[in-house]
Design a protein around this ligand. Structure first.
Ligand code: C2E
Ligand code: MG
Ligand code: MG
Length: 483
């Protein structure tokens, strides 16, 4: 073999070796990319897979975060939470459809990532949403508005599809900080940012320091509330009603919750009810209170109190309109024995009236159990004439704001009109927040039925309420051994 030929063979070998090397490097690069991008969820990590969609879950995201993002590079990344109201989707269209939609949104994310050729991690945290960990400058954030729009039109692509508000998504963007070692904290913050965006009807919101501080306070409050339920720190107070026309006798009362906070003392509902409404914790409180009220009524009934005595419980409209409301109430009633006409449910309005049909169906079924239904805060805020026509209401509770204007000509006329209307619709008219003799006299003249107010009774703990009833001779067997 000539020197020339030898060189040619050697050159050929070198070229083949180089080609092989390039191919191998390419394969390794692709594998690394897939691993980085979150499309390879290792089979050894089944605990890291979200059952519903097959995507990675919270633990997967946590592992990938620690592997992929060096502490010194954290501030180069954002964690985005893509939120949709999965409860609503499940309620309206069943679980499979909800998961199909989430999967669809995850595919939209993957399509964007392909276009921008970015390394990313995608995961799903049930109850929270989809999470995308990606570099700030990847171009992903710039694509979010169109992603949200595309997701919103999902229903149109389905057979017989109609646009539904349930397919709305919103994104919370949390720019990571050097000190963010715990990804679970970041998940929480990104989720709450997305929720804020959703509630404000925005496609996306970027979380700033002020929001971080607010979410952290809220998280503390949630923890405190969980503890309060465990330690039974919520206590039920009773504020008695009196019959306006019949010697101002006690005819019933309203159950009002207080929080006996270990450090801050007795807290009024204004300090925790609005927060619990916002955080969807209010049903827990409403059912907790209902159980306390049932215990109280049963005891009074066993002491022979008249059947026309009743206690009313407050229910947030959120609780009242939930799909399992009637079942939850029946479950509680099962353990108590007293005529259900001795209990009334007050429906409190809220700004976001959701699920009107469900609330109506619930009201009808609750009434069939014998329970009375009262419309709370009538004449103020959101309670309206619409509710009167929609729900099987037994009584109106006229708000304090109207009573405060009873001595003005207009206020007086409105109160008179409302009372007349209530009576013509066969409803009892209960007036809240009555503080003075003048108001009482005027209300007698107007012929409202029942008065609730500090003029007669303030809210008192249940054990004091039992004593009051015994002292007033309302318990034929003489009374109660109070705790
Ligand atoms: P509400 O249901 O309209 O209850 C009446 C409120 O008026 C009570 O305030 C009561 O203490 C107050 N009030 C009664 N008479 C007078 C009066 O003569 N003068 C004045 N200034 N106030 C009077 P409270 O106990 O602070 O409760 C506030 C609200 O918290 C309640 O308004 C109700 O919407 C909510 N709430 C209380 N317990 C519960 C509960 O278990 N579940 C839900 N969802 N909400 C609750
Ligand atoms: Mg009330
Ligand atoms: Mg009220």
């Amino acid at each position: 073999m000539s020197v020339y030929e030898t060189n040619r063979v050697l050159f050929g070998v070198a070229v083949s070796a180089l080609t092989l090397l390039i191919v191998a490097a390419g394969v390794i690069a692709v594998l690394l990319y897939l691993r980085q991008s979150g499309k390879l969820v290792s089979a050894d990590h089944s605990s890291e897979i979200d059952e519903g969609t097959g995507l990675g879950n919270r633990y997967y995201l946590a592992r990938r975060y620690s592997e992929m993002v060096k502490p010194s590079k954290r501030s180069e990344y954002v964690l985005c939470c893509i939120y949709a109201d999965s409860d609503k989707l499940e309620r309206n269209f069943k679980r499979d459809e909800m998961l199909k939609f989430v999967t669809h949104v995850s595919e939209l994310v993957q399509t964007v990532m392909k276009q921008i050729r970015s390394v990313y991690v995608l995961a799903r945290v049930p109850g929270y949403g989809l999470f995308v960990l990606v570099k700030k400058d990847s171009g992903f954030v710039e694509n979010l508005n169109s992603l949200v729009r595309e997701a919103g039109s999902y229903a149109l692509h389905q057979e017989n599809g109609q646009l539904s508000d349930a397919y709305r998504t919103a994104v919370g963007i949390y720019p990571l900080k050097a000190e963010d070692s715990d990804i679970h904290e970041c998940i929480f913050t990104a989720y709450h940012t997305a929720l804020a965006a959703y509630e404000q009807n925005e496609d996306q919101l970027v979380c700033d320091d002020e929001m971080v501080a607010m979410f952290s306070d809220e998280r503390d409050m949630r923890r405190e509330i969980t503890r309060a339920f465990e330690n039974r720190e919520f206590v039920t107070y009773i504020q008695f009603f009196v019959d306006t026309m019949d010697n101002e006798d006690i005819v019933g009362g309203e159950a009002l919750v207080r929080w006996n906070h270990p450090e801050r003392g007795i807290l009024s509902p204004i300090n925790f009810v609005p927060f619990m409404e916002k955080e969807d914790l209010i049903p827990n409180l409403d059912y907790y209170n209902l159980e306390e009220v049932c215990r109280f009524i049963e005891e009074m009934y066993n002491h022979g109190i008249k059947n026309n005595f009743y206690i009313s419980c407050n229910f947030s409209r959120k609780t009242f309109s939930s799909h399992d409301f009637v079942d939850r109430v029946k479950e509680i009633f099962k353990d108590f024995d007293f005529p259900k006409s001795m209990i009334a449910f007050e429906m409190t309005e809220s700004e976001n009236v959701k699920n009107i049909v469900q609330a109506y169906n619930n009201a009808v079924q609750i009434k069939e159990l014998g329970v009375k239904i009262l419309l709370d805060d009538f004449g103020e805020g959101f309670a309206s004439f619409y509710d009167l026509t929609e729900y099987p209401v037994d009584g109106l509770k006229i708000d304090k704001a109207l009573v405060d204007s009873i001595h003005t000509e207009k206020g007086n006329t409105i109160l008179r009109g409302m009372t007349k209307m209530g009576h013509e619709l066969n409803m009892k008219v209960i007036v809240e927040g009555v503080e003075s003799d003048d108001q009482v006299n005027e209300l007698k003249d107007i012929r409202c039925d029942i008065i609730q107010g500090f003029r007669f009774h303030r809210p008192i703990p249940v054990h004091e309420a039992k004593k009051t009833l015994a002292d007033k001779g309302a318990l034929p067997d003489g009374g109660v051994a109070t705790a």
